[in-house]
Design a binder for this molecule. Structure first.
Ligand code: KG4
Length: 358
């Protein structure tokens, strides 16, 4: 008897559905929400409405691409939290309705654990055919234990991973997440939302040493990014004052490569902060495997710096394929699959939660 998991992810502004059969990913459909672009950030109410519009076609497409009928699904996995409550409610309610209608178990997944489980997603040949970047690529899955840097728009944590259901937070941000620092500084520069990918792109043309920015002095393995954000803002403000201009665009016209250099300096500072603590935590724990997960792990300089750190420390480094870094249901299906095999089901009365830890 085959085990087929249908997973739903709706924690923020991506509606996603994936189908996984016997541990192999068959489909992973993601519908983004362009509606937020003009607001410079996710508007929760608009996100919930867009999820309501997207969820049925996304689930339908995921089943069709997988070549699986509803009757063949063994269980429904869904993201229960953390995330935006209105967004989570759409996915949770849909998952419950579908599980009830098909009389199959429901499996809840913690979104953060899902990001880490992205490392275990094994795409089927059928799925690889639809994603050119995955064709012929060998995906390595880490052995336990490993240390995972989990960096997204809402979280920055160092997690010790000992099993799919045994994870502990070693260090975390006390204020902003790394993704937030990218997005907020990008907003100051007038870049579109989400700013992380724009900073990544512009930084490639810039000098990372041009604008020294503040680094926090946090004890232990914790992070802080609010001081860096302020330092970025003040650097720009002081330059505008000195140049006698009112806007970043005016300043840009006077200072060659302003945005590129600022992006490169910011990106390099964020990476330094992230990796210094990861290095310390991993060394102190005596672990020799490091991984990165979450939306910010799509950052090209962070990926390169992780590889470099691995080479220098002789650690094994695990970086997920781009398609499994930002929010997606494949990672939820993977976590849900393990829970299904362990008969770890959740009651139909389960409600979503906006905040939680690993
Ligand atoms: O994991 P994710 O898709 O959503 C959350 O659960 O938060 O992460 C989104 C975050 C955003 O802050 C976005 O700017 C950032 O990931 N991000 C990047 C890159 N791609 C996405 N940050 C830096 N460089 C990138 N290439």
């Amino acid at each position: 008897m085959q085990t087929t998991i249908l997973a739903i992810e709706s924690s923020c502004d991506d509606t996603s559905c994936a189908v996984l059969r016997d541990g192999l990913l068959l489909s992973n459909v993601i519908a983004g929400q362009k509606v937020h672009e003009e607001y410079g950030g996710v508007v929760p109410e608009l996100a919930s409405r867009a999820h309501m519009q997207n969820i049925l076609p996304v689930v339908d497409t995921a089943l069709k691409r997988a070549g699986v009928s509803r009757e063949e699904v063994s269980a429904i996995a869904f993201t229960r939290g953390p995330g935006l409550l209105g967004s989570l409610l759409v996915g949770t309610s849909f998952a419950k309705g579908m599980a009830l209608a098909l009389n199959i178990p429901l499996v809840e997944v913690n979104h953060l654990q899902g990001h880490i489980m992205a490392h275990f997603v094994e795409p089927s040949e059928q799925y690889r055919m639809t994603v050119p970047a995955l064709q012929g690529v060998e995906i390595r899955h880490p052995e336990y234990p490993f240390m995972c840097l989990l960096v997204s728009g809402g979280n920055s944590q160092i997690v010790k991973v000992e099993a799919y259901d045994k994870m502990s937070i070693v260090g975390q941000t006390i204020d902003d997440a790394a993704g937030e620092a990218f997005d907020k500084c990008a907003k100051v520069l007038g870049l579109p939302y989400p700013g992380g990918p724009w900073i990544d792109k512009l930084a490639k043309e810039g000098d990372k040493n041009k604008y020294p920015l503040a680094k926090p002095n946090m004890p232990g393995y914790d992070y802080s990014f609010s001081g860096l954000k302020t330092s970025f803002l003040y650097t720009l403000r002081d330059m505008m004052k000195a140049a006698g201009v009112e806007s970043v665009e005016e300043l840009s016209a006077q200072v060659p490569k302003l945005k590129e250099d600022l992006c490169a300096s910011l990106q390099s500072t964020i990476i330094d902060i992230l990796l210094n603590k990861l290095k310390k935590a991993t060394r102190d724990a005596g672990i020799r495997r490091i991984a990165v997960a979450g939306g910010v792990s799509a950052n090209s300089a962070l990926r390169a710096a992780m590889q470099d750190l691995g080479r220098r420390m002789q650690w094994d480094v695990f970086i997920p394929p781009f398609s499994f870094t930002t929010d997606n249901a494949a990672m939820i299906a993977q976590a849900g699959y393990y829970k299904y095999l362990a008969h770890d089901f959740c009651p139909i009365t389960a409600t979503p939660y906006a905040k939680t830890t690993i």
